[in-house]
Design a protein around this ligand. Structure first.
Ligand code: ADP
Ligand code: MG
Length: 579
């Protein structure tokens, strides 16, 4: 896993090297200052050479200007490197997600994926940037100062460096607690957000049930938990900083006391004591860095682990090696002995289904809810893979066809229309991003939505709100139909396209759908049987499989389930034996 992490540095190796070199110089300059101070106090001032002092000062100023430049590079370009790596990872993750099967999304919460992409990767970027730099800087500073000091007075140095691990241990321990506390704060604020979102989107329900007080109580609970979590987080933050500062101050006192004693005994000089004090005061920086590193490593690596987890999920439905593109499609569809079950529950949804739809003809699927009609249709564009049997288009097994060309040739209109947040035009264009304006208008006219679009304040550029919230169900459906007109696939699936609409809207949309299915092989699912009467073949699917098939007249004559359902719809009641 670490090697995969490191592989993301490759593309940014230049920035990485620059970052490390600059970090090296920063550490080196910081190590120089106490030595120069010692020089000034012990040699330059006693010797009375004021010019040497000036030279020292000039050199120091130059060094600090350089240090500022290096610091800027590390702070800016280091973060740029981290952000770019995060960008690469996020792009890879999103690209990978797009390749995953529908099955994966059936079983994964959207919120889970969101937090993988947004939060986890943020932690990684911080680690990617600060990790190597922090370790490098801190070790140079600690090791460097140790080597310099040990040459001056080894006993005093050992005392100081016996303290350092204790402070680091304390800092990491407290920091872990602080980190945990802040993580819980994040979780709690997510809960508050979710509560607000839920309450506001259900505000009409809350009002109609006059449950405002209950809603407020629910909110109060989350809000209080958030407050408590924050109080705790600040407590651990205070413990951390107070503790570390206190230990460093004690160390200062020890150095002053012991060092002063050594000066008194003439073991070291005053300037050397000064160097000790200065170094100890520098320690705050590496200690802080190492502590943050410990925390970032933990957070970043957990995030990266989850990143790798998703990246390692392989899509099951992929192109075969010698898959062919589907060209000049006539549109003859055949289901041969098809059986299917959703993997997570063993119940067979479809078993031994045999169906043929001839080129340009319409097949209607009717039957009780849960019989597997939608499932059957989803097998055609390979959203799921058949367990047994095969499906062919123009006598080619769909498993031998590239997924891209297969899906390009199958159009789907569903009951739950999904529109993307954006404009009308963007949504229609989704059917074919290369379409011209004329083609878009033509598609809209065919879908009987052009006049409506023109009546909108900005015409085709009107913003339709989040997921098309500003449109009625019928309007949304017509836009989705225009989208399929623009895609212009030879094969069409209409899955209860009008079921959610009122009668009048349905009749209007029905006309657009008839125009759409003209000349295309169509599978239509509908529970209003008046709309499927004219299909070339009607298949009645129940939990037991296909129980009736034939055209309308034949099925009415047979007087089976279809005939019962049909009569019931005309009389206005539904018999019990639907299932
Ligand atoms: P219909 O469209 O005829 O109403 P479906 O094809 O939607 O029926 O569903 C058939 C059966 O498959 C139902 O029992 C349903 O619970 C199950 N099912 C549908 N979709 C999924 C899914 N994504 N994962 C697991 N089971 C599913
Ligand atoms: Mg269905």
């Amino acid at each position: 896993m670490l090697s995969k992490f490191i592989s993301y540095y490759k593309k940014h190796s230049k920035l990485f090297i620059i970052d490390i070199i600059c970090a090296f110089f920063i550490a080196a300059f910081d190590l120089v200052f106490p030595i120069m101070s010692r020089e000034v106090v012990d040699n330059v001032i006693p010797s009375g050479k004021i010019r040497t002092l000036y030279i020292f000062i000039v050199v120091l100023v130059i060094l600090y200007i350089l240090r500022a430049i290096f610091n800027y590079v590390v702070d800016y370009w280091g973060h740029v490197m981290g952000t770019r790596m995060e960008y690469d990872m996020r792009r890879d993750l999103f690209t990978h997600l797009q390749t995953l099967d529908v099955h994966y999304f059936d079983n994964t919460k959207t919120g889970y994926i969101m937090s993988r992409i947004v939060n986890d990767l943020r932690d990684i970027s911080e680690l990617a940037h600060h990790g190597p730099e922090d370790i490098f800087l801190s070790s140079i500073m600690l090791v460097g100062s140790f080597l310099i000091l040990i040459r001056i007075e080894w006993r005093l140095t050992l005392v100081i460096f016996a303290f350092v691990p204790i402070i680091i241990w304390f800092a990491i321990k407290k920091n872990r607690k602080m980190h945990k506390a802040f993580r819980s704060v994040r979780k709690k604020i997510a809960k508050v957000n979710a509560q607000v979102e839920n309450s506001i989107s259900g505000i009409r329900v809350a009002k109609s049930f006059t449950n405002e007080i209950y809603e407020r109580q629910k909110f109060d609970e989350g809000n209080r938990e958030f407050k408590n979590a924050r109080e705790f987080a600040f407590k651990s933050m205070a413990e951390f900083f107070t503790g570390v500062h206190f230990l460093l101050n004690i160390l200062n006192v020890v150095v002053l006391g012991l060092g002063g004693y050594f000066v008194y005994k003439n073991v070291i000089k005053v300037g050397e004591l000064l160097a000790y004090i200065l170094y100890v005061n520098f320690f705050m920086q590496p200690i802080r860095r190492l502590t943050f590193f410990a925390q970032q490593y933990q957070a970043g690596m957990t995030g990266f682990e989850r990143f790798c987890e998703i990246m390692s999920i392989k899509p099951r439905i992929v192109d075969k090696k010698d898959a062919v593109d589907l060209k000049d499609v006539k549109g003859r569809i055949e289901f041969k002995n098809v059986s299917f079950s959703y993997k997570d529950d063993k119940n067979t949804v479809l078993s031994n289904i045999n169906l043929t739809v001839e080129e340009g003809k319409t097949l209607a699927l009717v039957g009780p809810s849960g019989a597997g009609k939608t499932t059957l249709c989803h097998l055609l564009p390979r959203f799921y893979e058949v367990d047994e049997g095969e499906i062919t288009i123009d006598d080619i097994n769909i498993k031998d066809i590239t997924i891209k060309s297969l899906r390009k040739n199958v159009g789907l209109v569903q009951q739950d229309v999904f529109l993307f947040t954006g404009t009308v035009k963007e949504n229609i264009l989704y059917g074919n991003p290369n379409a011209t304006d004329e083609e878009i208008i033509e598609a809209a006219k065919n879908a009987d939505i052009h006049d409506f679009i023109m009546s909108l304040p900005n015409g085709y550029d009107t913003y339709i709100g989040e997921k098309g919230i500003k449109l009625s169900g019928g309007q949304k459906q017509r836009i989705s139909i225009a989208r399929v007109f623009l895609k212009n696939p030879p094969i069409l699936i209409l899955d209860e396209a009008t079921s959610a609409l009122d009668n009048e809207t349905e009749i209007k949309i029905q006309k657009a759908l008839e125009r759409l299915s003209k000349g295309r092989t169509t599978i239509v699912i509908a529970h209003r049987l008046s709309t499927v009467k004219n299909a070339d073949e009607i298949v009645v699917l129940s939990n037991k499989g296909i129980i009736e098939r034939g055209n309308h007249e034949k099925l009415i004559e047979e007087d089976g389930l279809y005939a019962k359902l049909y009569k019931a719809q005309f009389k206005g009641y539904i018999p019990d034996e639907i299932d």
